[in-house]
Design a protein around this ligand. Structure first.
Ligand code: PLP
Length: 451
């Protein structure tokens, strides 16, 4: 790009390595700089306004201009800008948030533990699980099963749980003790003529075979997102979680629900675990917990996890884990206020009602020549593009068509994200039906231009 010397664009190219970006290409293309936000919209440095149809990174539930969150942060910042929860110390926002989360949980939970990001929370879950196995006198029970296409973060352990090649190639991952089973991507991976129930049964059988081959006494836990997000918005097929849960119960394996995207209303219920009848032992939450106004994440653990952990910490003398910023008071105060807003404004019902409208409107595009599948639930969806609807073949390199359509959509005023050829839509929970209509109309114009 022809950036003016010393402009923000030029300085970005000079000084800034972007996350999740082709670093070499960025030197040519330069950045898109977002300056401000209002409601479901953001505005770039050229004054162009966009519908932020990804809610940032699947996360800004209450929209980009919620004054109550700003006020909550300022109040807490002036009162106590930092404190920690090491060694029996604590502070009120964190106690209030812990109580709120434990009481909100859709299954009995015992304690909340606080971290700063989804990755750290999943890392922490893995460490707690290993600690528990040792506490129970089962040091061989350390293997963790997650899924291809699953996304759990980027730290060494959570990137190992993630089942996407870009998070592992050249990083020398995954680490040992992590196994990946098939993803429940019915449209892509079902056999010809296989029903959703039959596909789910096959995946549950595959999981059981993996457990038996490895030795059930070596398997500690299974990690899964209720709906896979970054893997392409994969909604589980009929019967999937029920059958997976039955296999886990049979062998005494813990279930970790990664609610980092689904939590706090996204699927049209407070938690994705409710939508799919999951009974997790650990719930991992982040993003929409604070609408990402400040970084904070949390784990909820039940007594199956807490009791042995408490015994082991007593034997050793401490639970030797925790982060300086974990459960930061300002982030906790913002999260509490955010959860109050979600409840008071019943944004979960909005996600269900406006979500149903979004799903219906997007499905009108299913007959478009470039659309292979439209899938989703509540306010999360993907439109997967193909060159050939019958064979589901991509158009040139996988991701080329998705990238083209995403670029056109952006020109037409909507920010989406293409995961390969799947365009994702995960707007703020406050979106209205009229705003959904504008979004879908822009998508249709963009797909027509790409065809
Ligand atoms: N788990 C899920 C389901 C996610 O979608 C993400 C991020 O997108 C993470 C974990 C990692 O969260 P973070 O980026 O905060 O580390």
């Amino acid at each position: 790009m022809d950036a003016q010397p010393n402009s923000p664009e030029a300085r970005d190219i000079l000084y800034h390595l972007h996350a999740y970006t082709n670093a070499r290409k960025h030197q040519e293309t330069g950045p898109m700089i977002i300056e401000k936000g209002e409601g479901i919209y953001v505005e770039d440095s050229n004054g162009k306004r966009y519908i932020e149809a990804m809610a940032g990174l699947w996360s800004v539930g209450v929209g980009f201009s919620e004054q109550r969150l700003v006020d909550a942060a300022m109040r807490q910042m002036s009162k106590l800008p930092f404190y920690h929860n090491f060694g029996h110390k604590g502070h009120s926002p964190l106690i209030d948030l812990a109580e709120k989360l434990v009481k909100m949980a859709p299954v009995p939970m015992s304690k909340a533990f606080f971290t700063n990001s989804g990755s750290e929370a999943n890392d922490t879950a893995m460490k707690m699980i290993w600690y528990r196995s040792n506490a129970l006198g089962q040091p061989q029970r350390k293997k963790i099963i997650s899924r291809k296409r699953g996304y759990h973060g980027v730290t060494i352990a959570s990137a190992s749980l993630t089942g996407l090649p870009n998070n592992q190639i050249s990083f020398d991952l995954p680490i040992a003790n992590v196994l990946h089973t098939s993803s429940p991507h019915y449209w892509r991976e079902a056999l010809p003529g296989e029903s959703e129930e039959q596909f789910s049964t096959r995946l549950a059988n595959e999981l059981e075979q993996m457990i038996l081959a490895e030795g059930p006494e070596t398997i500690a836990a299974f990690f899964g997102e209720p709906v896979m997000g970054a893997g392409g918005v994969v909604v589980p097929p009929a019967g999937y979680w029920e059958k997976i849960q039955a296999v886990l119960n049979k062998y005494g394996i813990l279930l970790v629900a990664d609610e980092v995207i689904c939590g706090f209303g996204r699927t049209g219920e407070m938690f994705g675990s409710q939508t799919f009848g999951m009974k997790p032992d650990i719930m991992v939450m982040s993003k929409q917990i604070s609408s990402s106004y400040l970084p904070i994440s949390a784990l909820l653990i039940n007594d199956r996890v807490f009791e042995p952990l408490a015994d082991e910490s007593n034997r050793i003398g401490t639970f030797g884990h925790g982060f300086t910023g974990g459960g930061h008071p300002v982030a906790a105060a913002v999260a509490l206020e955010n959860l109050n807003i979600i409840e008071e404004r019943d944004l979960v019902s909005n996600a269900r009602e406006v979500g149903a409208h979004m799903q219906k409107r997007l499905r009108e595009l299913a007959s478009h020549e470039l659309v292979g599948e439209v899938r989703g639930i509540g306010l999360i969806a993907a439109v997967e593009l193909v060159a050939d609807k019958a064979t589901k073949a991509p158009w040139g390199q996988p991701g080329a068509l998705g990238g083209l359509a995403n670029g056109l959509l952006q020109q037409n005023g909507v920010i989406s994200r293409n995961m390969g050829d799947a365009l994702a839509f995960c707007p703020p929970l406050i979106i209205t039906k009229e705003q959904v209509d504008t979004l879908v109309d822009a998508l249709k114009v963009s797909l027509d231009a790409a065809a």
